[in-house]
Design a protein around this ligand. Structure first.
Ligand SMILES: [Zn+2]
Length: 417
């Protein structure tokens, strides 16, 4: 499972040119005094918000108003960091004097890959089980102050119970799916849960059969938008989070379709036909389409982000012929111009070269915060000496990004090793 998460994180890279501005390294005794702001991402679902996407999409980054909370990894260890949006400085969220940041005594050190998110005045982490000599522990949700201090386990899943889905909030409660493995007391099941942010009390709102598998795509009109894959296509539902009452709103026949949801619209990628369609979910009517995307030869294609309801970023992977490597490429589909083009930021991922670029966040105003630099090149004993931040961050306005402006210098991944 751990490997799956790391692989998922690596799959979410974004190739990109780098800014010349460099982030400062934090020192061994760094005392972060960041200007944290709790405001969460753009609200497109009434009071209901999608905080983090499904398990296989969680990339360890969460955009608050003024910066990004990030799970950073180096040499198979993990730390909680904060990237300031204005200064592009990345700070380790540890306030301990003389901390070597190397074990659980460090406030920022994480036992595993974890996904941060913010609700109100608190930071939360959706936590993977910690592996010990006795095997995996349980999934849990942790609560912290916005500066990363005061970690406490707010809720812990039961034995054999895993968090399998996105996390939504209405500001008071969290909603998410869990999967319960079969036990002596109960059969395996998929469950829809509500957890109170005030005290971590959890209620199972609905217990579904173990094949009733839904993906959470987002929120609209205070309902969760769910996708259910069938043998021939996909069905879409609005779900009342408090009761799990479902209303089917759409059904699409497509065996290989990829879907994402943003701002009331369903984006639907049909790789075999090289076609992107946009559907207004409230009416079911098609409101946009772009063909000849250039994705036909990709072995996989997935949505990365929708920016300003105009650009759809698609990430593709394809095998490099005769080599042990992958071509990682980004395509920007412009819904206004009805064009699709491969961005300049694509690169080859060869064995031994780790994740040279990554999209950290898309802010509500359309700016993108990106990181260049590998996440896992330091040796363990170097971490305390030089800090984790070998990366360079840059905030890039969407217009510059999609226009491919040359105010950013491309960094050769080979020079980072
Ligand atoms: Zn520390």
């Amino acid at each position: 499972m751990k490997k799956k998460w790391i692989a998922a994180a690596l799959a979410l890279v974004l190739a990109l040119s780098g800014c010349a501005a460099s982030g400062n390294h934090f020192g061994q005794n760094s005392q972060p005094e960041p200007d944290f702001d709790a405001n969460v991402q753009q609200n497109t679902g009434g009071s209901l918000k999608l905080l983090i996407a499904a398990e296989h999409e969680g990339n360890g980054n969460f955009a608050a108003q003024n910066g990004v909370y990030q799970c950073t990894s180096a040499y198979n260890q993990y730390w909680l960091c904060y990237v300031d949006r204005t200064t592009h400085q990345k700070q380790l969220l540890c306030t301990r004097d003389g901390c070597s940041h190397e074990d659980e005594s460090c406030e920022a050190w994480l036992p595993n890959w974890q996904d941060p998110f913010v609700v109100g005045n608190h930071l939360y982490l959706r936590c993977m089980p910690e592996w010990t000599g006795e095997g995996p522990g349980n999934y849990y949700i942790e609560q912290r102050e916005l500066d990363g201090s005061g970690a406490k386990k707010l809720w812990e899943a039961g034995v054999g119970e895993s968090i399998i889905s996105a996390v939504l909030t209405d500001g008071t409660d969290l909603y998410f799916f869990t999967y319960q493995m079969e036990t002596q007391q109960e059969p395996s099941a998929i469950c829809w849960n509500r957890m109170a942010l005030a005290d971590g009390a959890r209620q199972r709102i609905a217990v579904l059969g173990n094949t009733e598998n839904y993906d959470v795509l987002g929120a609209m009109e205070n309902k969760a938008v769910l996708q259910k894959q069938t043998e021939t296509g996909a069905e879409f539902y609005l779900c009342d989070p408090a009761t799990f009452a479902l209303t089917q709103v759409l059904s699409i026949q497509s065996e290989r379709g990829e879907f994402c949801f943003d701002g009331g619209k369903l984006y639907y990628l049909e790789p075999a036909e090289d076609l992107l369609k946009v559907i207004d979910l409230a009416t079911g009517g098609q409101v946009g389409a772009v063909s000849d995307l250039g994705l036909k030869n990709a072995s996989s294609a997935e949505f990365q982000a929708v920016v300003e309801e105009r650009y759809v970023l698609i990430f593709t992977m394809s095998l490099i012929e005769g080599q042990e490597g992958l071509n990682l490429a980004f395509y920007a589909v412009d819904l206004e111009q009805q064009t699709s083009r491969k961005l300049d930021f694509s690169y080859e991922k060869l064995p031994g070269v780790n994740e040279p670029y990554q999209l950290l966040a898309v802010f509500p105003d359309g700016e993108l915060l990106v990181q260049t630099g590998c996440r896992e090149i330091f040796e363990k004993d170097e971490i305390a000496k030089v800090g984790l931040d070998n990366a360079i961050e840059a905030t890039i306005p969407a217009e510059d990004f999609f226009a491919g402006k040359d105010n950013f210098t491309e960094i050769d991944p080979g020079t980072l090793n």
